[in-house]
Design a protein around this ligand. Structure first.
Ligand SMILES: *Cc1c(COP(=O)(O)O)cnc(C)c1O
Length: 392
């Protein structure tokens, strides 16, 4: 167990992630491979820990956005295949080959140049990305697609393992645009399959997987649902089973005082006590990702809601306590206390954003603690890890 020296921490319940992945694997049947999406440090949850538990629960592939994220997983001992879903540099093809990392391709110029630069003899596995209406990355037209496919087929250094696309509106109950994207994908796929039969075909993110389990070809890219969050609020009533939220955020009272009526709290004096009030201070602030816009949001203390009073500082903020409480009392910013819950959904609603952004925004400064089989198995200080990595 690594040590850390602050009383603010994220708890990641890996049992929840295990159960979410198992439930989704059942939902899509065994014929469909689950690709666990662990980009952005597994949406802020801890990349290798989530990857390992997802693989245990049945996932057979991992996906990240950047080559660096894939390499980070390899350095942590992960052997499973990893797909980089974003664009990679042509000059990094050799590195991808060496580390056995699968790259996404979608431009013929990229392939020509990469082939020219690459000097190795190990084949690089590729997934071809089709842009069927997301408008982000991907080959769009039949000509573009067939150019890329024939270049891969002619080349000795590349292997076309997969073809995929990404839907822009799968989390919206109105499904007309998803249908358009399904159609374009099927048409382009048909053209490709006249020439070659790539073994992995995938179009599903979490929303697609939950809503259209019969139409996802033979693999799904599972992100947000694995973490127990629903892709959009409107999907909550349509869920085929309950998802279990894995992420919670806690701190402890480091100072407690009674203030008389009319006293100011924090920068700018935006809060004044209305009466004699018990005010608590917690050691977490906007540099941890608990941004200033969260002033006024409730936290949980002693099983009760308590509002954030005054401005959130870089490293601390104050809350109005229901009554005097001892130093060291646990304060929950996201999670449950005695039957009350503040979910990432509630924080997202307050910030007028999506739940995806909430665990991602809790910074590396906050150590992640991992629960598995209902016990704290491992403590990892991300800050320390970063420093060690930088020195290598
Ligand atoms: C992030 C991402 C996913 C995962 O999406 P969720 O909505 O979190 O399931 C799937 N595919 C691509 C291309 C992505 O970028």
């Amino acid at each position: 167990m690594e040590s850390f020296h602050r009383d603010t921490w994220v708890e990641v319940d890996l049992d929840c992630i295990y159960e979410n992945v198992s439930a989704i694997q059942k939902h899509v049947t065994e014929d469909v491979s689950v690709i666990a999406v662990v980009k952005a440090n597994a949406y802020g949850h801890g990349d290798a820990q989530v990857a390992n538990v997802a693989l245990e629960a049945g996932a057979s592939y991992l996906a990240v956005s950047f080559l660096d994220e894939a390499i980070s997983l390899r350095r942590q001992g992960i052997k499973a295949p990893i797909l980089v879903m974003g664009a990679s540099r042509m000059s990094d093809v050799g590195l991808a080959a060496k580390e056995n990392i699968t790259l996404t391709v979608f431009q013929k110029e990229w392939l020509q140049e990469a082939e020219r630069i690459y000097k190795g003899n190990k084949q690089v596995r590729l997934h071809l990305k089709l842009d069927t209406g997301m408008g982000r990355i991907g080959a769009r037209t039949k000509n573009e697609v067939l150019d890329v496919v024939s270049l891969i087929m002619k080349s000795d250094c590349f292997l076309l393992e997969g073809v995929y696309t990404h839907f822009a509106t799968a989390d919206e109950l109105q499904s007309r645009y998803v249908e358009t994207q399904f159609e374009r994908f099927s048409e382009l796929l048909h053209e490709i399959q006249q020439l070659i039969s790539p073994p992995m075909i995938h179009c599903g993110n979490s929303a697609t997987t939950l809503r259209f389990p019969g139409r996802i070809f033979n693999a799904v890219r599972l992100g947000i649902a694995m973490y127990g969050l629903t892709p959009s609020p409107e999907m909550i009533p349509t869920l085929p089973f309950k998802l279990k939220e894995a992420f919670s955020l806690h701190t402890k009272l480091v100072h407690v005082k009674k203030l008389p009526k009319g006293e100011q709290v924090s920068y700018g004096g935006t809060y004044k006590t209305n009466e004699e009030e018990w005010i608590g201070t917690v050691p977490v602030g906007y540099a941890d990702g608990w941004i200033r816009k969260l002033q006024g949001m409730d936290v949980l203390v002693d099983g009760k809601l308590a509002p954030i009073v005054g401005r959130v500082c870089m490293d601390q903020f104050m809350i109005k306590l229901p009554y005097e409480l001892p130093l060291g009392t646990v304060v929950t910013l996201i999670g449950k206390q005695k039957g009350l819950e503040i979910s990432s959904n509630d924080v997202a609603k307050r910030l007028e954003t999506i739940n995806y952004e909430i665990p991602c925004m809790i910074s590396y400064r906050v150590p992640r603690m991992f629960l598995r089989n209902r016990s704290i198995m491992e403590v990892r200080n991300y800050l320390q890890d970063k420093l060690i990595m930088d020195k290598r």
